[in-house]
Design a protein around this ligand. Structure first.
Ligand code: SF4
Length: 98
């Protein structure tokens, strides 16, 4: 059982797992993650995106597009400790004035 768990693929450690902003109006945004290899799909084929705060729990048993970022287990551990606990709203950066 433990060996099975260790062999799991964590999407957060894959080069195709991308962080994207999702506009929330008034210049604010949420953070979302998507698979740019197109592997995250709803039943009807529409792309599925997830809240950034859940990215560390995205894992699958196998994926033919997985490309390891080579960051090792420390990366996931650090990611888990730095992720927001809830879906946070961010303010867009203000343009620099000259
Ligand atoms: S390519 Fe596979 S392993 Fe990589 S993010 Fe997409 S589903 Fe996850």
């Amino acid at each position: 059982m433990q060996a099975e768990r260790e062999n799991k693929i964590y999407c957060a450690n894959c080069i195709h797992c991308k962080l994207i902003p999702a506009p929330a109006g008034a210049g604010r945004y949420y953070l979302r993650v998507r698979c740019d290899a197109g592997k995250w799909r709803k039943k009807l084929g529409e792309e599925k995106i997830y809240k950034y705060c859940t990215v560390a729990s995205r894992s699958i048993d196998s994926c033919d597009c997985y490309e390891d970022m080579g960051d090792g287990p420390e990366f996931l551990r650090d990611l888990r400790s730095s992720l927001p606990a809830v879906d946070e709203l961010y303010d867009a950066p203000q343009p620099l004035s000259r």
